[in-house]
Design a protein around this ligand. Structure first.
Ligand code: MGD
Ligand code: SF4
Length: 765
């Protein structure tokens, strides 16, 4: 039976047992068993890289092998617990399918024919090609696509030293771009990696398409569970009865694509019935009167027609929000690229929070602070490093090449050079100038970027394509050079800065030597930099010297950090503490929370959010919705035997009325086909009342096709393959993915996979 049907995550009661085991508390079954080790166990702290949440871990090593991963009990964001993916990290480290040596392509792109090469040979080849391309087209002809723990050595170091502004991350324009842009232009602050919601003190929580419990982030899930335990009311707005919706007091099964209408109606009721926090609004916001006039027509009756949620329910939830303020909160989700008007939807969400007076207040949003850190004192780079968020990479010191300028000056809004899906176009067309080289680090191009056929064509047109990965994922078959990265348990990365209530600096350090001929990202970047004539930017001889220099600049030492694993500094989470210091947290042009945005108006954008309808599914088709599994991260964990055993394939969810009409049943395999003729699968059907009739649902990350992924290949369907279209958000550059539609085609064969239990046993330590 699959995980989701097993109440694996018992939010209210069992974060201890199901979600993670406390490091110091041994369950009885472990107490009674023979010890799993014979030799001496050494323990060292490090940081998980199974997802971007960056939990602090304790790595138990015995006999030169990592035996166990546990949550660091003293780290306030980990609290001795890990999620299943964190505990299953060994499955990546000891995966026999890992990339083992540098490879040089000998066949056609995509054919998968390579020869083994030495590191010298591979790095010399890359450097020679990069320098030749620079000579012909300039440094900007090389793009860098990056994600994951080691990415900063390329995105923020090598690319900046080399001088290319074309650094893009799927985690921006195929994920957080709308949320971050909206937050910046409403509050003048980023949301950042750890969504600063004060869950535990909230009394009324409204989740909009935010599937906590399936999209699993350790601290967030622990805090959310605690909020529910303390009696917080939960409303979930989702076309699907998600795990969170199953715990909710109200599930609002909204018509997909209409959330902005619902948000506008809630704003309408709060204002119309004087339920908003008038003092907070007067003191901290601008543009209230314009907002009041704007939302006048957006009554619950108007929204009910659009959203298919009854007007009375809309009104009732708005009243409950008002009654619980400021401890009523609508947390922003992370993956916010839905329909192409996503910055405006997120603006509406933030405006609603501001009306509740919860920003900078307990039970609402805390003001996250990044830790104080110094950069390594290298000579100034020709370009500013790429921004972690969106819209910043092009605001460099040198002129950004024409055509990649942001829409407004200085990276204000969307810069093409930061939107990964937009950077595919110049590879194909040469416009506004050619991109002839691509360096992809930890970015699964065929799972992360919509319109895979276009990506494949673009890769075919490149003169140099380098892939740095740990697995032979399908996109690596297109590369000229494939480089095997060390995993996070085998390498140092740069210092990890975490904005939190009290900010943290964390260390990732190697627990064991890299297996086979894998090499750590910092080493690859430095060796390549030296070959590219950039030695002056890499004066450190190894990463320990680099880290020591950064730490000593803030009065800390690498030795101490290696012992403890993290450093905690003091934050300033509440508005009251900022006021005590006579400081203003709102870095907007007006210095206030901008309900109405003058900047948007000047740029010809809607200064207040406006609802526009989205395309309906063509006859016989369903809107394709997608989400996460609690034991998988994107497309990177499906070959991990520990995690795959728990969740071996994705299923297509469909409503029973539609299943009956189509004559399909639970357990049967079907193809999914989109209007562009792309066919995916076979994928298992799950007939369930937990989804509306007008949409179907898939977990993202499955549907691997690479022959080298012996466990993952051929399991389930890829949502990305079916997303041949996207709607560009003109403000953030986000790629809205949810205007894609599919039909179910019965008659697909049941795939024959080797029994997963046997495969798992073969791989056990
Ligand atoms: P993954 O798909 O997990 O993440 O997109 P990606 O950043 O591409 O692929 C990560 C790659 O890194 C894999 O190839 C894996 O083998 C490799 N890898 C794992 N560990 C290491 C390592 O230590 N070193 C190196 N060098 N490589 C490593 C994620 C992106 O996708 C994001 S953040 C979001 S939110 C979007 N989600 C999403 C979606 O839900 N649906 C669709 N259709 N598209 C999406 N695209 C976005
Ligand atoms: Fe690792 Fe899970 Fe924490 Fe992500 S949430 S860093 S996968 S333990």
């Amino acid at each position: 039976m699959k995980l989701k049907r097993r109440t694996f995550i018992q939010l209210a009661a069992a974060t201890l047992g199901a979600f993670g085991l406390r490091a110091e508390a041994k369950p009885f079954f472990l107490e009674r068993r023979r010890p799993w080790y014979r030799g001496e166990v050494t323990t060292l702290p490090s940081t998980c890289d199974q997802c971007f949440w960056k939990c602090s871990i304790l790595v138990r090593v015995e006999g030169g092998r990592v035996r166990k991963l546990e949550g660091h009990p003293e780290n306030p964001r980990t609290r001795g617990r890990l999620c299943p993916r964190g505990q299953g990290g060994l499955g990546q480290l000891y995966d026999p399918d890992r990339l083992k040596y540098p490879l040089l392509r000998t066949g056609e792109r995509g054919e998968g024919k390579f020869k083994k090469a030495s590191w010298e040979e591979a790095l010399d080849f890359i450097a020679e090609r990069m320098l030749a391309l620079k000579e012909r087209y300039g440094p900007e002809t090389i793009a860098f696509f990056t994600h994951g723990g080691g990415e900063s050595w390329f995105s923020e170091y090598l690319a900046a030293a080399w001088g290319s502004p074309n650094v893009a991350k799927p985690a921006v324009s195929v994920c957080v771009a709308p949320r971050e842009t909206a937050s910046q232009w409403t509050f003048g602050r980023p949301v950042g990696g750890h969504a600063p919601v004060d869950w535990t003190n909230a009394r009324y929580i409204v989740l909009i398409g935010h599937h906590i419990g399936e999209d699993t982030h350790n601290t967030q899930l622990q805090d959310f569970a605690q909020a529910l335990r303390r009696g917080a009311k939960l409303v979930v707005v989702d076309p699907r009865l998600s795990t969170a919706a199953a715990k909710a007091h109200r599930w609002l099964a909204i018509k997909p694509g209409t959330d902005l209408a619902l948000l506008l109606a809630w704003i309408h009721v709060l204002i119309k019935e004087d339920l908003y926090d008038a003092d907070y609004v007067a003191r901290y916001t601008t543009g209230f009167e314009a907002l009041r006039a704007h939302v006048e027509p957006f009554t619950p009756e108007w929204a009910a027609e659009i959203t298919e949620i009854p007007a009375d329910t809309i009104r009732q939830v708005a009243r409950e929000l008002g009654a619980h303020r400021p401890r009523a909160v609508l947390p922003p989700s992370r993956h916010t690229v839905w329909y192409g008007d996503d910055t405006q939807r997120m603006r509406a969400l933030f405006i609603l929070n501001a009306l509740l007076g919860n920003y900078g207040r307990e039970g609402g949003f805390y003001l996250a602070k990044a830790p104080y850190l110094e950069k390594y004192p290298h000579p100034p780079f020709p370009l500013e490093p790429a921004a972690g968020g969106c819209g910043g990479a092009s605001a460099g010191k040198e002129e950004v090449p024409e055509g990649f300028r942001p829409r407004a000056d200085k990276g204000k809004f969307f810069a093409k050079s930061t939107a990964i899906q937009e950077l595919i176009e110049p590879m194909l067309t040469g416009e506004p100038y050619p991109i002839k080289g691509l360096f992809a680090y930890g970015t699964n191009l065929f799972a992360a970027i919509p319109n895979v056929p276009r990506t494949k064509k673009a890769l075919e047109a490149l003169e140099l394509f380098v892939a740095v990965d740990v697995l032979p994922q399908e996109y690596t078959l297109w590369a000229d050079v494939v480089l095997p990265d060390a995993t996070y348990l085998e390498r140092y990365d740069d210092l990890i800065a975490i904005a939190y209530k009290d900010p943290l600096i964390q260390l990732r350090q190697p627990a064991v030597e890299p297996l086979w001929e894998a090499r750590p990202a910092w080493w690859i970047a430095r060796e390549l930099g030296i070959r590219l004539g950039l030695s002056r930017f890499f004066p450190w001889k190894d990463v320990e010297e680099y880290l020591e220099a950064r730490l000593s600049a803030i009065g800390q030492s690498l030795e101490a950090l290696k012992e403890k694993g993290f450093i905690q500094q003091r934050g300033r989470p509440w508005l009251s503490s900022w006021e005590r210091w006579r400081q203003n947290p709102f870095k907007t042009p007006s210095g206030k929370i901008e309900l109405y945005s003058e900047t948007f108006a000047e740029a010809g954008l809607d200064p207040l959010p406006r609802y526009t309808p989205h395309p309906e599914p063509p006859p016989g088709h369903y809107r394709l919705l997608y989400g996460r599994s609690p034991v998988h991260s994107f497309s990177k964990t499906q070959n991990n035997w520990i995690l795959l055993e728990m969740d071996p394939e994705n299923e297509v969810w469909i409503h029973p009325d539609e299943a009956e009409r189509l004559g399909v049943e639970t357990g049967q395999y079907v193809w999914l086909e989109n209007p562009d003729g792309v066919r995916e699968g076979p994928v298992r059907v799950w007939v369930t009342r937990r989804i509306r009739r007008d949409c179907v649902y898939l977990v993202h990350g499955f549907g691997h096709r690479a022959p080298g992924l012996r466990l993952a290949r051929g399991r389930g369907a890829s949502d990305t393959a079916l997303q041949t279209r996207y709607d560009l958000d003109p403000i953030s550059g986000g790629a809205g993915l949810r205007n894609n539609f599919v039909r179910l085609v019965p008659g697909a064969p049941r795939p024959q996979h080797p029994p997963i239990g046997r495969l798992a046993r073969e791989r056990r330590l």
